[in-house]
Design a protein around this ligand. Structure first.
Ligand SMILES: *Cc1c(COP(=O)(O)O)cnc(C)c1O
Length: 405
């Protein structure tokens, strides 16, 4: 972090009056161990992969990477630039190189850099043929390690069964620069159901595609198969294969209530997942408003009685959803405090009449535990008519993130 003047940071999240995120190292370790136990339950130990896309689901890549690097086998990203931070971290700390996979789109010039760094890519469409000249011109010491993405029913990236093996022929013709090491797919509907018929059809398609690819590419070693994200890793044992790509649940969040229900049925006992993230904010001012006073833009809230409010310097710019206006609460001194009126860009007002006894500053918990109460990412997302995935990944990149035990 840059510093100016008397040791003050210069970024928008460096203000003293700014909310901050706490990333719990022990909860993250706990969740890694919970998935490690699941993955080693079968006859063959499987690789555990951590998905660190979306700034590590908003938790902060810089904070999360050092915490998970030693505990997992594979690190998955969307952006090549994020994947490269792993190699920088490893060389800065003298750590062994982990398997790193870029799931997202890669331009030819990026492919060359990734090949040199020994980072795996995912070939999901024919545009990869355009990278062949650059890769050949780069005279690589080792070919680029590639995983082939099969679209088994999500309708997103990947080769459909109809496109195989015609559309992957260019790979077979460029084995001097491509080394096929894996095959993957992604489920469309494992989270939202307790009944997995669609996922099972996707698994059948996956296995058919694997047969085509193996015949066509004749890989030196069996391809590493990976299809399970958090939900399937928890509730669909057939989807485990050689590696799991665990995102949301590594951060201690269940993909959905349905997944939790299914896990109870499939596993017998529910694994304990511990939310890694808390979000807190000191008050800017605490003051009384008289009965009849309005609060916030649009005068949507009017105090029915004298009300002690805390003005919090946090708003939708930071990722606190405006749609949660009039529904959300925060925690102050272990008590629920309603958010009054509209959430603003950089402010929200909460009712602390009963949560405190004077006008001294308070600390509010926007997400996480305070005493006996907690606000989950699911609750805040629900108040805002969205899902916890969106809520956490939209937490401002500018916010201060502190690792706590
Ligand atoms: C995001 C993503 C995952 C992780 O999903 P979670 O539900 O967060 O575990 C796995 N694989 C792919 C391809 C993804 O895009």
């Amino acid at each position: 972090m840059e510093e100016v003047g008397v040791g003050l940071g210069v970024g928008p999240g460096d203000a003293v009056y700014s909310s901050w995120l706490e990333v719990s190292a022990s909860h993250l370790r706990h969740n890694v161990a919970a998935f490690r136990a699941l993955e080693s339950a079968g006859p063959t130990p499987r690789a555990l992969g951590a998905v660190l896309k979306g700034n590590a689901y908003g938790h902060g890549l810089a904070q999360v990477l050092p915490l998970v690097h030693a505990g997992v086998d594979v690190l998955y990203f969307i952006a090549p630039q994020d994947a490269l931070t792993v190699r920088a971290h490893e060389s800065a700390h003298g750590l062994p190189a982990r398997q790193v996979v870029v799931l997202g789109a890669v331009a030819p010039e990026e492919a060359v850099v990734l090949a040199r760094e020994g980072i795996d890519v995912v070939v999901a469409d024919r545009s990869w043929a355009d990278a062949v000249p650059s890769l050949r011109a780069a005279k690589l010491a080792r070919p680029l390690r590639v995983h082939v993405h099969i679209d088994t029913g999500l309708g997103r990236e990947g080769f459909t069964l109809d496109q195989l093996p015609r559309e992957t022929r260019f790979l077979a013709d460029a084995l001097d620069v491509f080394e096929p090491v894996g095959v993957l797919s992604h489920f469309a509907n494992t989270e939202d159901v307790t009944e997995q018929a669609y996922a099972l059809a996707q698994l059948d398609a996956f296995e058919t595609a694997l047969g085509h690819l193996t015949a066509q590419l004749k890989p030196a070693k069996p391809l590493q198969r990976h299809i399970a994200a958090s939900a399937a890793a928890l509730v669909l044992p057939r989807a485990r294969y050689e590696a799991a790509r665990v995102g949301i649940s590594l951060y201690g969040l269940w993909p959905s209530p349905e997944t939790r229900l299914s896990a109870r049925l499939v596993l017998g006992e529910l694994p304990v997942l511990k939310p890694v993230l808390s979000w807190r904010c000191g008050s800017q001012v605490v003051k009384w408003l008289p009965a009849g006073a309005y609060v916030g833009y649009g005068c949507t809230y009017r105090c029915p009685e004298p009300t002690r409010i805390a003005v919090l310097p946090v708003g939708y710019y930071d990722g606190y959803p405006r749609l949660a206006s009039g529904k959300a609460h925060v925690l102050v001194n272990g008590r629920r405090c309603a958010v009054l009126g509209r959430v603003m860009m950089n402010h929200l007002m909460v009712d602390v009449t009963r949560a405190t006894s004077d006008e001294r500053p308070v600390t509010a918990t926007l997400l996480g535990r305070d005493g006996e109460e907690s606000v989950s990412a699911e609750s805040l997302a629900g108040w805002a008519q969205t899902i916890h995935y969106e809520l956490v990944t939209r937490l401002g990149a500018h916010l201060r993130r502190v690792v706590v035990e």
